[in-house]
Structure formats: C-alpha cells, structure tokens
Design a binder for this molecule. Sequence first.
Ligand code: SAM
Length: 224
Amino acid sequence: MRIDLLSLFPEYFRGPLDESMLRIAREKGLIDVRFVDIRDFAEDKHRRVDDRPYGGGPGMVMMPGPVAKALDAVRGEGSYVIHLTPQGERLTPSLCKEFALKEHLIFLCGHYEGIDERALGERVDKEVSIGDYVLTNGCLAALVVLDASIRYLPGVLGHEEAALQDSFEQGIFDYPQYTRPEVFEGKEVPLVLRSGNHAEIAQWRRQQALKKTALVRPDLKERR
Ligand code: SAM
C-alpha cells in the first residue's frame, strides 16, 4: 500500500514510523510511506501557507492554493484522500478495515484553525475524526488512523487472528491478559488459564470481557 502524509511538519512522523510495527511494515515493503511538505507548494517567495480568517476570529487558516496543489500532485487513479478533522466521521474498526483495502491512502493533516474549505470538497474522499476532542494538528490523528488501519493488512501483525480478537471486534473489550510469572505481588494467574481446558478458558475469557465492558462502556454492550 502506498501512503502519502501531507502536512506542514513532515519530520513529525519520523519517530513513530521508524519504530515497532510501522517500521517492520515499511521494511517488509507492505507499506511505502512518503512525506509531503505542503509548504513546498506555497505560491509566494516567502513560502506562505496560512493567512487570517475572513470574517475575523482568532488564529490562522491554511490557504487553499498550496493544499490543493499538494493534493493534486500526489492524487491519481486508486488514491483515497482522508482529511483529518474533528468534524469528520468518528474512526471505527470498520472504517479502518475499509481503509486497509485501498491501494493508495493520502492523509491530509490540518494545522492552525484548519484548512480553507475550497481546497477540500471533491478532492477529499472521507473526513475522519479520531474522537470528540481537539488536537493541535492533524499529524497525530493521521498516525492513529494509519496505525489502526494497517493492522488489517495481511502480514503486518504476523498473526492475523490477533486483530480479530481485539477490543471492539465482537462489540466488546478483549479479555484480560496474563503471562509469567505465575505469582506476582501475591496475585496468582487465574487457575482456569492454567487448566489446559480450552472450552473453559474461552468461556471464562468471554465472561471477563463482558463484565469489564458492562462496567466501563455500558454503551458498547447496549449497541451489541
Ligand atoms: N478549528 C477546528 C475545529 O474546531 O473544528 C480545529 C482545528 S485543530 C486546532 C487543527 C487541526 O488538527 C485540524 O485541522 C485537524 O487536522 C487536526 N485535528 C484536531 N482534532 C482532531 C480530531 N479529533 N480528529 C482528527 N483531526 C483532528
């Protein structure tokens, strides 16, 4: 999958993309990530990309020209443009699965008060929010969407079924996890997990998952 990250701070992505699963996915050639600096598409010699909002109000707004030019430079057949914005559709596992099927994802990151509406419109395929709060810029949101989506690409996790048992997949949380040592700070690993009885283990895990979901996120249980 090809991925283009359009922002004003391409260096922002370096750490997260150079570590852990994202690094491995890049090294395996499962994702080909490119960083596009919207400032390279500025239209004046000062490389200006933002200006004051029409109608007044605080902050600055990203000018439409550089954003539109940057998008047009990377868009092509098979591209899918995601604009990160708190005003978008809330990210869900099903959206992530949909994104994982695309051959070319373009992430458009906003900065300041956001992007001039005229650069968006038909250039954007989906507006996505990572939650009901406001970040200082779209780079973190793009990383969240990217990370949550590429987990569904075959070969990224190494053990495909892991993603399918994770929280939210069955409409509830994942079950509680335990590993060695058998006793830690006087607390023992539940006996059932050491029993070798797979049916009982599965039943216990499901009960625990349902219990925690009901306690912490009763809305999820109701939706099920
Ligand atoms: N004025 C905008 C509003 O209230 O809708 C917020 C702008 S925010 C300070 C700057 C940028 O951060 C946005 O353009 C967007 O790219 C990104 N951003 C902030 N919160 C986000 C969220 N919850 N999900 C996705 N992107 C977000």
